[in-house]
Ligand binder design. Structure first.
Ligand code: CP
Length: 322
């Protein structure tokens, strides 16, 4: 999978954003600091800056998405780029055109950036290796591998509420086994200095050997939430489960659903996060999802500024260091 040699140029500047893994803390911090500057754009009457004026961004989503696709589109528009959303269902991919040929065709339209979501792990890196030297590729979620902009908008949200990463206890709860978000979160939290990261879930939904990523494993939600500052809930990824790993959604909620009573195990000022889409009554109670500790909708809003930061850095029009 991707490493610095493809993600960064010879001067260590962001070129493609494919995974958090191997990226230095200084670069993650620069993304957060740039995003901080971009949040004010959303509060203006004219929500635009000219940093990507004249650039063409193509959204290539081979999997469904609400939050990621729309916030990437908004981010690109707020940076003044021209944006095209390829409708995969109505594209020549449905007639058997290969990914490489689809890509060459779109590149021939002088595309400057591809934002890619794909069900195959590694598809964005494959694309990054095919495109010309001036073109950037941003991973919008690939298979079970990575969802780096989701992780960064979550880091942005945590920093907004908790300020100092080096004092936090964070619990990631649920279907870690099928989650690209969880992997990217663990890399980001580790790089930014979070001293205690817990993964919480039934044995069937935690990958074997996850401890090697430096996390503590809990199979009880009650003990896993004890004293944490941040609760990151994950969606049950039913579409990625090859066999029935759980008796039912109802049964799952009974043991691993986040209810107000269970949330009281966390610190009183703990925040509750979820990348969405949420399954109410499966991994989270509506009283928590809509409650005062929930920052789920703030995560969505922060996604625009964070994606503006990543896109402008990859195009070389925003600062690469804080
Ligand atoms: N968090 C996330 O990736 O949501 P979407 O699938 O709606 O983009």
């Amino acid at each position: 999978m991707a490493n610095d040699s493809i993600q960064l140029d010879s001067q260590g500047r962001l070129k493609h954003f494919l995974t958090i893994e191997h990226l230095p803390k200084s670069l993650l911090t620069a993304i957060l600091d740039n995003a901080e500057r971009f949040t004010v754009v959303g509060d203006r009457a004219v929500k635009k800056v000219p940093l990507l004026r004249g650039k063409t961004v193509v959204n290539l989503f081979f999997e469904p998405s609400t939050r990621t696709r729309t916030t990437f589109e908004l981010a690109a528009k707020r940076l003044s780029a021209d944006v095209m959303n390829l409708n995969i269902e109505a594209s020549a991919a449905k007639k058997g055109e290969s990914l490489a040929d689809t890509l060459r065709t779109l590149e021939a339209m002088q595309t400057d950036m591809f934002v890619v979501r794909h069900h195959e792990s590694g598809a964005p890196e494959f694309i990054a290796r095919q495109v010309g030297p001036e073109v950037s590729v941003i991973n919008a979620g690939d298979g079970r591998h990575a969802h780096p902009t989701q992780a960064m908008l979550d880091m942005f949200t945590i920093r907004r509420y908790k300020r100092d990463f080096t004092r936090l206890k964070v619990a990631i709860v649920g279907d870690v086994a099928h989650s690209r978000v969880a992997r990217s979160e663990i890399h980001a939290l580790t790089t930014l200095g979070v001293p205690e990261i817990r993964v919480v879930g039934p044995k069937t939904l935690l990958p074997r050997g996850i401890e090697a990523m430096g996390v503590d494993v809990h199979h009880s939600l009650e003990t896993g939430l004890e004293g944490v500052d941040v609760v990151m809930m994950l969606r049950l990824q039913q579409e990625r489960m090859q066999s029935a790993l759980l008796p039912s959604g109802h049964e799952y909620f009974h043991t691993f659903g986040l209810t107000p009573a269970r949330l009281r195990r966390a610190k009183p000022d703990a925040i509750v996060m979820h990348p969405g889409p949420i399954n109410r009554g499966v991994e989270i109670d509506s009283a928590v999802a809509d409650g005062k500790q929930s920052v789920i909708l703030q995560q969505v809003t922060h996604g625009i500024a964070v994606r503006m930061a990543v896109m402008s850095m990859a195009m070389g029009t925003a600062a690469q260091a804080s």
